[in-house]
Design a protein around this ligand. Structure first.
Ligand SMILES: [Fe+2]
Length: 244
């Protein structure tokens, strides 16, 4: 969808929900499904992304992660390697943190995506969401992300999206604690996409073999300062890497 939109749209044409639906009628069903479930699991990004777009994203991110000069942070407790692309730190505004930030903003942080995410989230078109954070997670055997909500990182988050970038790993299921009381489990394969309400608790189970690579992205209601209190407790400090 993104690639087609970018190619088809003239620069003068306004990005509206109506124009997006016109080009991609599947959005209507995605919004309805999201409203019912509080999340979406889209195998191979079906209904939202073209395969070419997802291949571009994977190639750019994996290429950057394997670059010796890329700055990856590592959580020593849970062994999650993080490549910050656009970061959103407490007390600061979102900032580009990688050489690939501009191109990722173009592919995933564009106006069409913001309007589409706002629509799926059921929020007013007049006040589109802002692309706030984008990072890649590289999880080897023994790596996990504990139960958390994404709004713990920033209470303004209204929609989270995660793209699978690897295929050959075991364990590492994405588990969503849904409001219906059920736990939904997804094995995020290459190009699979999960869209989630950031207030919904979720976790990533321990990776037992191979390498799990994903690209989580977060949209929020504004692009100003992240009002999160920096490490309000010792527990928050020790678990700071869980706030994905
Ligand atoms: Fe998360």
């Amino acid at each position: 969808m993104v690639r087609t939109d970018l190619q088809d749209r003239s620069p003068e044409e306004a990005v509206t929900v109506a124009s997006l639906i016109d080009r991609n009628p599947a959005l209507v069903g995605l919004r309805r499904q999201y409203e019912e479930q509080g999340f979406l699991f889209l195998p191979k990004g079906e209904g939202l992304f073209s395969q070419a777009t997802l291949q571009d994203v994977a190639q750019i991110v994996i290429g950057e992660m394997s670059h010796p000069a890329a700055h990856c942070g590592r959580d020593p407790t849970h062994k999650v390697e993080v490549l910050e692309i656009v970061n959103d730190r407490a007390g600061a505004v979102p900032a580009d943190a990688s050489d690939i930030a501009p191109v990722m903003r173009m592919i995933l942080g564009n106006k069409e995506m913001a309007v589409a995410m706002t629509y799926i989230a059921g929020l007013p078109e007049a006040d589109p969401l802002h692309f706030r954070r984008c990072q890649a997670h590289f999880m080897e055997e023994g790596s996990l992300i504990g139960l958390h909500t994404d709004t713990a990182s920033n209470s303004c988050y209204k929609l989270a999206l995660s793209i699978g970038l690897s295929e050959n790993y075991s364990g590492g299921e994405f588990v969503v604690m849904h409001r219906d009381g059920e736990h939904h489990r997804f094995h995020l394969n290459e190009n699979d996409v999960v869209i989630l309400d950031p207030e919904v608790p979720h976790e990533v189970k321990e990776v037992t073999a191979g390498v799990r690579v994903t690209l989580p992205i977060f949209w929020g209601t504004h692009n100003g300062t992240n009002g999160r209190q920096l490490f309000p407790s010792a527990h928050a400090f020790l678990n700071r890497f869980e706030e994905y």
